[in-house]
Design a protein around this ligand. Structure first.
Ligand SMILES: *[C@@H]1O[C@H](CO)[C@@H](O)[C@H](O)[C@H]1NC(C)=O
Ligand SMILES: *[C@@H]1O[C@H](CO)[C@@H](O)[C@H](O)[C@H]1NC(C)=O
Ligand SMILES: *[C@@H]1O[C@H](CO)[C@@H](O)[C@H](O)[C@H]1NC(C)=O
Length: 348
């Protein structure tokens, strides 16, 4: 073969080699691409699953047996949703085992505040003992007890993941002033301490007792409790503050529900905004020498009119007296302790 002939052959061979090289790397590229596509798909599914586990606690759900939810059957004797689409929690509107298993995944801490000043310290033992039996059982609860007599706080056995912090605060001569200083104490507590340590907060009255479950069904961004005395009354009969001079004023043709001052809660951010706003309004009223008819409760009702709660608890969560009944109340979860006001209040 002539030298140019060999050169031509070598050139062809090189071209063929380059061609095969390109085909091969193309195939490899396609294969790789498919692999990384699959990889991305798997990662997306894993992220989705992790999100679902975090949000819905699906990890514990496979194998959990509970009744099929019905679109057609539910409570018909009461409303279980507000006109702004917030749920109202009654017995029969949630499955305790299902809802516990959903929230269990989140390792939540529920801060719970109570005030026991003067003779109200007599209620501490029953409150704490009954709460240990019924209140967020199986969840992390941190009670904050504000009192002027820390030495009188009885020893109460706390369960695992449950703790009590006692804070000494000054007392006042008038119960109205005690009531007023509460919003300020709560605001400070949330600001200074709770941010890194709790997920939700409930602020409860101490002259109360638990008789039934109060659990994670009550958790929400902003939570109010429907007052047991006025749940079936027309709004012009609600005991809102009716004098326009007060910051708590609500006219007769306004208002949604009458909320109890004895229990409210929600996320730290929302309850902080609530306590700050009520504290400011209480002080404006004080500066104008006017005191709303039910102090904190009046201001709370005004707040909830302007800032609608995201969840409402039925009067099961703040009943009148354990021995009183009403057709709609299937379970009494939490109730006022009957007391003689003249005996426990520092002034009438
Ligand atoms: C749960 O939360 C508590 C308090 O925030 C913390 O001390 C604990 O380590 C957490 N446990 C888990 C398993 O994340
Ligand atoms: C206490 O909390 C830890 C998580 O921090 C959990 O593993 C444990 O089961 C909890 N105990 C109870 C009795 O709920
Ligand atoms: C409720 O009734 C029981 C038994 O009937 C009684 O012992 C108790 O004192 C009553 N409670 C109140 C607050 O009246």
């Amino acid at each position: 073969m002539s030298i140019p002939g060999i050169m031509l052959l070598r050139q062809n061979f090189l071209i063929i080699l380059v061609f095969f090289g390109m085909v091969l790397s193309g195939l490899l590229y396609l294969n790789n691409n498919q692999n990384s596509c699959n990889q991305q798909k798997i990662e997306r599914v894993v992220i989705e699953l992790k999100w679902r586990q975090k949000t819905f606690g699906l990890r514990s759900l496979p194998g959990l047996l509970y009744n099929q939810p019905s679109v057609l059957v539910g409570r018909t004797d009461v409303a279980s949703v507000t006109p702004w689409s917030a749920p109202i929690i009654w017995e029969g509107t949630f499955d305790p085992i299902l809802i516990d298993s959903i929230y269990k995944q989140q390792n939540l801490t529920i801060a719970t505040t109570v005030f026991a000043l003067g003779k109200y310290t007599r209620f501490v033992k029953d409150f704490l003992e009954s709460a240990e039996q019924h209140y967020f059982v199986g969840f992390r609860v941190h009670y904050y007890l504000f009192t002027d007599q820390p030495e009188s706080v009885p020893e109460v056995k706390m369960g695992e993941n449950r703790s009590l912090t006692v804070r000494k605060v000054q007392s006042f001569k008038r119960w109205q002033d005690i009531s007023m200083s509460r919003m300020e104490q709560l605001e400070k507590l949330i600001e200074n301490e709770l941010a890194s340590e709790a997920d939700y907060i409930f602020c409860l009255d101490i002259d109360t007792k638990f008789y039934g479950r109060w659990g994670v069904e009550s958790l929400g961004r902003l939570v109010g409790v429907i007052h047991p005395w006025l749940f079936d009354a027309p709004r012009d009969r609600f005991t809102y503050e009716r004098r326009p001079e007060s910051q708590a004023y609500i006219p007769a043709d306004e208002g949604d529900y009458y909320y109890a001052g004895a229990a409210f809660g929600g996320s730290l951010e929302d309850v902080h905004h609530l306590t700050k706003t009520c504290r400011e309004k209480l002080h404006i009223d004080a500066a104008n020498s006017i005191e709303a008819v039910w102090q904190e409760e009046s201001h709370l009702n005004k707040y909830f009119l302007l800032n609608k709660p995201s969840k409402l608890l039925s009067p099961e969560y703040m009943w009148r007296d354990i021995n009183e009944s009403a057709a709609q109340i299937k379970v009494i979860r939490f109730s006022n302790v009957a007391k003689n006001y003249a005996e426990v209040r520092p002034n009438p």
